[in-house]
Design a protein around this ligand. Structure first.
Ligand code: DX5
Ligand code: ZN
Length: 217
């Protein structure tokens, strides 16, 4: 499968969201990556439901929603109602992860689980067949523009092997510090979806940067 590119709207210009949504629509990007933070699970607050609903009005591609919030079960129905296609919760934020995954799927969305850099891949062994996506955080969540953590390569390989040994079709997504310098190595290690915030939006030509990331073989 050709890898997918998901520009992170966190790095967009919030005063020009419609323009930046159009840029993503017109580019070769596959998904919109939407980072929701609560100031509790992570030490930052991004934006919430009204802003995501505004993005949905302009987005012509699926919304890949990354919840960096405690107790995400409370909001599953709401995120479905405002247009989430993929809903990802953090392993570290769920006491009953299996139930949270089933709840997301019961609401008609693809279910993802994100792992912080310190959380071992092996902890997903007993839910891997239930998952549509695993998001490996390659920075500590909460902020855009951070430096990529190289141990992510080991985690991608380990997760790839776990998925290939199962009957799961789960996608491997990498989030944080991804750009032209490491995209090829991540794909070679087994990544399926690359999230890119600052690499896309801080570049001179975001559409071209998406094209470069998408056309890596
Ligand atoms: C970090 C977010 C990321 C972030 C990535 O907590 O989950 O999606 O927007 O930004 P870059 O690509 O700039 O590291
Ligand atoms: Zn994210």
């Amino acid at each position: 499968m050709k890898h997918l590119i998901a520009p992170s709207v966190l790095a967009a210009d919030f005063a020009n969201l419609e323009r930046d949504c159009k840029m993503i629509n017109e580019s070769q990007a596959d998904w919109f990556h939407i980072d929701i933070m609560d100031g509790v699970f992570v030490p930052n607050i991004s934006f919430g439901m009204p802003v995501m609903a505004a993005i949905k009005k302009h987005a012509k591609k699926p919304l890949d929603v990354h919840l960096m919030i405690v107790d995400p079960d409370r909001y599953v129905e709401t995120f479905k109602a405002i247009g989430a296609d993929v809903l990802t919760v953090h392993y570290e934020a769920c006491d009953h992860l299996h139930r949270s995954i089933q709840n997301i799927k019961a609401h008609g969305m693809k279910a993802g689980v994100a792992l912080n850099p310190h959380t071992p891949v092996a902890l997903l062994k007993d839910v891997i067949e239930d998952l549509d996506l695993v998001c490996l955080m390659s920075v500590n969540p909460g902020f855009g523009g951070q430096k990529f953590i190289p141990n992510t390569y080991n985690k991608v390989k380990e997760l790839r092997a776990m998925i290939d040994a199962s009957s799961s079709n789960c996608l491997i997504e990498i989030d944080g510090g991804v750009g032209e310098n490491n995209a090829k190595a991540l794909i070679d290690a087994g990544a399926d979806v690359l999230v890119a915030g600052s690499a896309v939006f801080a570049s001179e030509d975001p559409v071209r940067t998406v094209e470069l990331l998408k056309n890596i073989d």
